[in-house]
Each structure stands twice: as C-alpha cells, then as structure tokens.
Write a protein that binds this ligand. Structure first.
Ligand code: PEP
Ligand code: MG
Length: 579
C-alpha cells in the first residue's frame, strides 16, 4: 500500500478501481525505415486515413452547421480544405520518397515543422492556423495508428477517475453516475474542476503532483476527500477503516439534513440568507434538499462550455426558465457568461493568450462581443417572467464596465420590447466584487448596483497574486490574509452604507471555518455548493452575532494570516468543542 496526500476538495470516501485518463494519451510516433518498394503501400495507407478523417470531419461540419455557430462550422470547413489540399499531400509524398521513412513519421514531422514555424509568428491568425494544422494532422495520425481516445462520457463501470489535469468541460461531460471519486495531479481548492466536483458531490482530492506516475490503470484506490489522503492498493485493515469513516460521514450528513427547514438565524436573532451555487440547470431541482433559499450564483458559462459554442437565444431562454421555474418564487441570480481563464470558450477565445487569467475574459469578453452578450441578456430577460430572476456581472473592475454592461442591458430590453416580448423591467442588477480594484471602489460601484456578491476565489487570486489552479502555490491562497479581510470589510460596509445587500458566492462562503468571521463582518447572504449549507447553518444557529462581531474586529487587527487563523480556530474550539 502506498499513500499520497493532496488538497482535499470534497469530503467523502471513494473506494474503487483507478481509471487513468491522460489527455495527452497520444503515443510516441513510431519511426522506421521502409524499402523503396513499400512507398506505394505507405502512400495508400495515407490516402485511406485521409478519407476516414474527411468522413469524420464532414459529419462534424454538418452537425456544427445544424446546431452550432457559424464560427464553429467554419473551423470544420477549414479542416476539410486542409484534408483536400493537394499541395500538402504532394509535400508528404515527396518526403516519403526521399527519406524512405514510415508514413506516420513523415506526416508528423512535416506537420510539426509547420506548426513550430506558424506558432513563432507574431500574427495571431497564423498562430490560429497552427492549431488547425495540429488538429488535422492528429486526426490523420489517429487513423493511421488506429487510436481511439478513452471517453469519459461512455464509462460503463464504476471508477475513480485519475488524471493529470481535467478541464471543467471533461467533468461536465463525463458519465457522472460512474465516477465515484476524482484524484488529480494538478488543481487546487477553488479551481473550476474542484467547484464542479463539489457540485456533483463526488469525493475528490486534487494537487497530488505525481499520482498519475505512481498508479496503473485498474489498480485499487481509496480517496479520502476530507483529509486529502489517497491510498493505492490499500490492505484489508486500511479498507475496513475507510469503510468505517464512510459510514460516519453518511450518518453526520443525514443528521445535518434535519436542519433543512430551520432558519439560518443566530441565537440573538440575526437572520442571514443561505443560497446555493449551481453550474448546471439540473442542480436547481436538488438544492431544496439542503434548504437553499435561492440560487446566489448560476454560473451560466457552463451552458456554453458543454457545447463549445455560444448557445442560441432560444436554448438559453429554455434553460434559464427551467432553473427559475424549479426555484418557484425564490431568487435566482444568473451570472452572465464568465468565460476565459480556465473556462475558454473554444472557437471564440484564443488558447494562446499569455496570461489568460488576466486576459480577455468575463465581462471584458462580453463587452467586446455585444451581440453574444445581448443574446444572453435577452434570454435572461425573457425568462425573468417565469420566476424571481436577478442578473449579475462577473469581473467588474470599475464603474465604466458596469455602466457599459448596464447600457447593453437597456438595449436588450428595448429589443425585447420591440418584439413584444415580456420581461421584468426592474430586474435587479448586481456586481461581482472579485477584483481588488472593485473592492477598493465598492462605494462607487454600490451606487449603480442593486446588490454585491463577493467572489472570493478570484478576489484571493488577484489580491495575493496566487494562480487559483496551481497546486504549488495553493498554500498562499489564504482567505484569512489581513489584505483579504480588509477587502471584505470594505465591500460589505460600502454595500450597507448604500442600503444594498452584500452576498458572497466564492468558496469561502461555504467554508465552515470562516462562517463566524463572515457573520461578524455582517455578510447578508452566503451562497455555496448546496451540500455545504446544512453545516454552515448549524454553526450560525449555534452562535450570537455580538460575539462574532467582537471576533471579526479582533481579526481585523491581526497582522498575519497565521494570527487570524489561530484566533478563529481557538474561538471555534471554545464554542464547538469536539463531541
Ligand atoms: C469567485 O471568483 O469567487 C466566483 C464565485 O466566481 P468563479 O469561481 O466562477 O470564478
Ligand atoms: Mg470569479
């Protein structure tokens, strides 16, 4: 038995067989010499592979033209043209004859040279072309080498998914009924893959660094999502222990569910609101199980990421309506598309940005593509009459962006009006506070916002300069850093001064070790992954606001992260002694 420790992401025990999923499963390209009389046979192999690749791309092109955007269809059209390109084929034939190397090697080496050359170009169109060439050559090579990629959507047995890195879109499209646990080399607590594993309630440990090198496909694996420990080939004693822990988790979970209908109120009567974050519309029907009083964050970009395209207005409208109807009269905050960063919208955003987290993302992208943005806003507006909808803009960095976004919202309203479509005229508009500049100018933003929601995942990332997806610097992502606490205080106070509510929808809102501090800062609304609600509620119901205020004021005077952490941990141990 071997154990590794990573970053605990969603608690629970998963025991099962490892399913090793490596995105770059492409094998090393074989290289061998051929005889002159084999040239013709090698050439025929290429022609056959080319035909198969063309058939595949034609199907994708038809599908894209039918269901997706024009941009997406154009990409497949360009791929088809490359596959038909006789100049490229002649170049391959020529090199095959002169070098007398196997055809896979010839295709790979020509494509590799071309891609390297184009990637070095300052012209972004040429760099985009390099991606197309790489795609097309990989498709031909996979035919030549008879490679079929493992599919996460087709999993037919229960597994523990082990990967070096999973994209949020991998998690969205995998067969969730079969994935009992997730273990990854990369990632941290607040990366979007982590957020999705919590949304789907799959025990997960990320940031394990070397796991994929230490485990073989099919080996027995246990992951403990609370402690972050994973055990490869555990012995019988360890297995028995894990099964015992698993039973305890389930018992505690069931006990907490009994709190569902009780108010989130301190012992001295201070009432806060607990809401759920959702990533996919189907979650909306589940959140009431945990007593969510609304949806504080619907990450709408995942709707677009699953398909890799900008969804049609009608499709978006239906989805938003589904979520609103599932919640009845409870409020639903739909955040406009927060794509970019680790949620690149293929075909719209460039994978070649040098600093995607600081780049063309979220509201910046929406403002630069007003037609796409308005499509989304019209869909939300039309859906708004089917429930209690609110709109929220992500990554607002200053008042100009908020004003521009509001102006486009007004245009979207005009368009609905002209078409005779009904919508909620006074729909609430909120700003996410997740960039230090927004927190520093919260007093200004509050004047043009109907509510705030603090995105601590990004606020911590940007204020402490810590990449939220990089396990090596995860230890620096300190929610109790004095700088972060000051940003929180400033934001909440500015909201209250303006008479608006301050919510939080970053992962910190669902972290039970932060609940009393956030109460003391007088946060109004906590929005979190639904399954975290009962535990946070239990803490709220066990404390009084006045002592939380005193604690928060003390924390604000602390000079270091360690100091605050120690202070809060001691307070918690005092008020909630381990049973
Ligand atoms: C955040 O940044 O805290 C947030 C809620 O948004 P996301 O995690 O989607 O970036
Ligand atoms: Mg964010």
């Amino acid at each position: 038995m071997k154990t590794l420790t990573g970053i605990p992401v969603f608690s629970g025990i998963a025991i099962g067989k490892a399913f090793l999923y490596l995105e770059d499963d492409f094998p090393e390209i074989p290289r061998y010499s051929i005889r002159k009389n084999q040239v013709e046979a090698e050439w025929k192999r290429l022609l056959r592979a080319n035909v198969e690749a063309m058939e595949e791309v034609k199907v994708l092109h038809e599908q894209a033209s039918r269901e997706m955007s024009k941009e997406q269809a154009d990409i497949f059209e360009a791929h088809l043209m490359m596959l038909e390109d006789t100049v490229f084929q002649e170049q391959i034939k020529e090199r095959l004859k002169t070098t007398l190397q196997n055809i896979e090697w010839v295709v790979w080496s020509i494509a590799h040279e071309l891609v390297q050359k184009l990637m070095a170009s300052p012209d972004s169109d040429l760099r985009e072309r390099a991606i197309d060439i790489s795609d097309v050559s990989r498709r031909i090579l996979s035919k030549l080498l008879s490679i079929t990629k493992k599919s996460l959507a087709d999993l037919s047995q229960d597994v523990i998914l082990v990967a070096h890195d999973l994209l949020p879109s991998d998690v969205l499209t995998m067969n969730k009924d079969r994935v009992k646990g997730i273990a990854m080399d990369m990632g941290s607590r607040t990366c979007h893959t982590a957020i999705l594993t919590r949304a789907f309630e799959i025990p997960a440990v990320l940031g394990l660094s070397t796991l994929t090198r230490e485990i073989n496909d099919g080996e027995k694996l246990v992951i403990d999502g609370a402690s972050g420990v994973v055990s490869i080939n555990p012995d019988k004693t360890a297995l028995d222990q894990y099964e015992g822990i698993s039973r305890q988790y389930r018992k505690k979970g069931d006990e907490l569910l009994a709190l569902r209908d009780l108010p989130a109120e301190t012992t001295d009567g201070y009432r806060v609101t607990l809401k759920a974050n959702i990533e996919v519309p189907e979650e909306a029907a589940q959140v009431s199980r945990y007593g969510a009083e609304g949806i504080g964050l619907y990450r709408s970009e995942f709707l677009l990421l699953t398909s890799g395209q900008a969804a049609e207005e009608e499709r978006q409208y239906q989805v938003y309506r589904q979520v609103l109807e599932a919640m009845g009269t409870l409020p639903v905050t739909i955040r406009t598309m927060d794509s970019g960063g680790d949620k690149q919208l293929p075909n719209f955003q460039s994978p070649n940005e040098k600093n995607p987290l600081l780049g063309w993302r979220a509201i910046r992208f929406s403002l630069a593509r007003p037609e796409l943005f308005k499509t989304q806003l019209r869909a939300i507006l039309r859906a708004s009459v089917h429930g209690n909808a609110r709109i929220m803009f992500p990554m607002i960095s200053g008042i100009e962006e908020l004003e521009q976004a509001r102006a486009i919202l007004e245009e979207a309203k005009d368009e609905c009006r002209h078409k005779g479509q009904v919508y909620t005229e006074d729909i609430a508009v909120g700003s996410m506070i997740e960039i230090p500049s927004a927190a520093m100018t919260a007093d200004i933003l509050a004047q043009r916002s109907d509510f705030f929601s603090i995105g601590t995942n990004d606020l911590i990332q940007y204020s402490l300069a810590v990449d939220r997806g990089n396990e090596k610097v995860d230890y620096l992502a300190q929610p109790f850093h004095p700088a972060v606490l000051r940003f929180l205080k400033k934001t909440i106070d500015a909201a209250h001064k303006q008479g608006i509510k301050a919510a939080m929808c970053g992962e910190l809102a669902g972290d039970p070790s932060a609940t009393v501090l956030l109460l003391g800062l007088e946060l109004d609304t906590f929005s979190m992954t639904a399954s975290a609600i009962p535990q946070v509620k239990q803490i709220i119901r066990g404390v009084d606001l006045e002592s939380c205020r005193v604690l928060a004021n003390k924390a604000l005077e602390c000079t270091s992260y360690h100091h605050v952490t120690g202070l809060v941990a001691a307070w918690m141990a005092d008020h909630f002694p381990p049973s």
